[in-house]
Design a protein around this ligand. Structure first.
Ligand code: SAH
Length: 254
């Protein structure tokens, strides 16, 4: 008898930013698979089992979860933010695509969550108020020259960009290279928002012009939003400025 597998987005960090649907899916499951800090966020009952694993083991984790569900388990695979954004939902789909036919009979669903760029954007105003895209700067799963092409194409097309996975110990230079590349395609005054640990107690939001953006301003818990020539900044006395991308296209930067 096939069981159930639900991939659940836990939001950026704060329990208030988890959806009611995600809370219900967690309450309904018996087995939890995920990267250990996400599993640790859950307030599980004694009858609910944790199967925490390292971050780099996404496909193996997806297969283990599917095996458990195929045996009749009620399984939750958890991701931070939204599970479809650079996270476990694609890994589970890939495992189903390549796995045994019986995995297609599993009752499979994805519960969305508040993704990092939305949590960061909300803190800054409305930087994603018009067309935008999301780019992972990690070259673990794609070559750096593809990332560079996408950065140039997005800048030239006038998209606001949200960067996920901006830096890591293994990739110390790439964010600086990305800013240098963007400075050749965008005006220096374009606002850049560094949103670190959005929704968590150590949250930090910093806004600088592209001309001053540096890789040292980000770590792996940071989501960066780079505006366009259209994006505006409203200075406020004693408060963080507001950043917004106007709803009407006026013609700059495209
Ligand atoms: N599925 C997640 C993204 C996973 S990729 C989501 O939808 O948010 C991991 C990257 O997400 C991190 O390197 C960082 O860029 C971003 N991120 C995750 N949580 C964050 C948070 N609370 N604040 C800022 N950025 C975050």
């Amino acid at each position: 008898m096939s069981g159930k597998l639900t991939v659940v987005g836990l939001g950026p960090g704060s329990p208030e930013q988890m959806t009611a649907e995600a809370l219900a899916a967690v309450a309904d499951a018996g087995d939890f698979f995920g990267y250990f800090p996400y599993i640790d966020r859950l307030d599980l009952r004694p009858d609910q089992r944790r199967h925490a694993s390292d971050n780099r083991e996404e496909l193996a984790r997806a297969r283990a979860a599917l095996e458990r569900a195929a045996k009749g388990g009620r399984v939750c695979v958890v991701s931070g933010g939204d599970p479809g954004v650079f996270a476990m939902a694609a890994a589970v789909c890939e495992a189903i695509d390549e796995g045994p036919a019986e995995w297609r009979d599993i009752d499979f669903s994805v519960v969305p969550g508040v993704t990092a760029m939305l949590a960061v954007a909300a803190k800054a105003g409305a930087p994603l108020g018009h067309d935008f895209c999301a780019i992972s700067l990690s070259n673990n799963l794609k070559p750096w020259d593809v990332i560079e092409k996408r950065l140039i194409a997005a800048a030239e097309a006038g998209f606001v960009m949200a960067f996920y996975n901006p830096v890591s110990k293994a990739r110390p230079h790439q964010l600086g290279d990305a800013f240098a590349l963007l400075r050749r395609h965008l005006p220096g005054e374009v606002p850049v928002i560094f949103g670190r640990a959005a929704g968590r107690p150590d949250e930090a939001i910093r806004i600088v012009p592209l001309s001053q953006a540096e890789s040292g301003m980000a770590d792996m818990a940071t989501c960066i939003i780079v505006g366009t020539a259209e994006t505006k900044l409203i200075e406020r006395d004693g408060q963080r400025p507001l950043v917004y991308s106007p709803r009407y296209f006026k013609g700059a930067g495209a």
